[in-house]
Ligand binder design. Structure first.
Ligand SMILES: C[S@@+](CC[C@H](N)C(=O)[O-])C[C@H]1O[C@@H](n2cnc3c(N)ncnc32)[C@H](O)[C@@H]1O
Length: 186
């Protein structure tokens, strides 16, 4: 999924890495990949253990998974100072409150140089309409757990991105009614 988008030996910041499954998966597959996992404090220990167990060997040539760093998108001082080729986040937009997704987009835009990419993977709705019954059911389930959670609107994310200099580049259908939204820094 990422191979087609990333430059060789890409430096990637991942937001909301969770168990670290994507960090390990992509670092095993992509030569030279430099992956920075991150998440909120409460998830950091499990994430660090997974990276220590699986992220130090068996990786693609030259690939590296850095020690996970604490990053809550709502905390301006958590964001790294330096630039990345891409910011990636999977299955996090429907867990974060809508305002946090806006902060994710704004924070990512500042860490990308021209041509840098923001990639958001997961289920999304469009202009308030669900693209599948399974996504509508998932959205209702999330909102019943916490009204702040729920599937985000891809069109709204595109507007936020545009306001931060991120041009909508692709909207790729993925298995199980997921999508990858790809934005490019102008
Ligand atoms: C459903 S998990 C997805 C984990 C992983 N990316 C995956 O696809 O398996 C959602 C993740 O979003 C993270 N998250 C929620 N709110 C966040 C915030 N404000 N800043 C950063 N990460 C956040 C959670 O800690 C959690 O790891």
């Amino acid at each position: 999924m990422l191979r087609q988008w990333l430059p060789p030996a890409a430096r990637v910041l991942e937001i909301g890495s969770g168990s670290g499954q994507h960090a390990i998966f992509f670092a095993r597959a992509l030569v030279g990949l430099q992956w920075q996992p991150s998440d909120r404090r409460e998830t950091l220990q499990d994430l660090a253990e997974r990276v220590a167990l699986e992220g130090r060997q068996g990786l693609a040539l030259g690939a590296r998974v850095a020690d996970p760093q604490e990053l809550d998108v709502d905390q301006a001082n958590h964001w790294p100072d330096h630039r990345f080729d891409a910011v990636f986040s999977a299955n996090s937009c429907h867990i974060m409150a809508a305002g946090s997704v806006a902060n994710l987009v704004a924070g990512a835009a500042k860490r990308l140089g021209p041509g840098g990419l923001l990639l958001l993977y997961g289920p999304f709705q469009d202009s308030g309409i669900h693209t599948a019954a399974s996504n509508a059911a998932f959205d209702a389930h999330l909102r019943s757990l916490d009204p702040a959670m729920g599937l985000r609107d891809a069109q709204e994310i595109k507007r936020w991105a545009q306001s931060h200099g991120l041009r909508a580049k692709a909207d790729q259908a993925m298995p199980a009614q997921n999508r990858t939204l790809v934005f490019e820094r102008e």
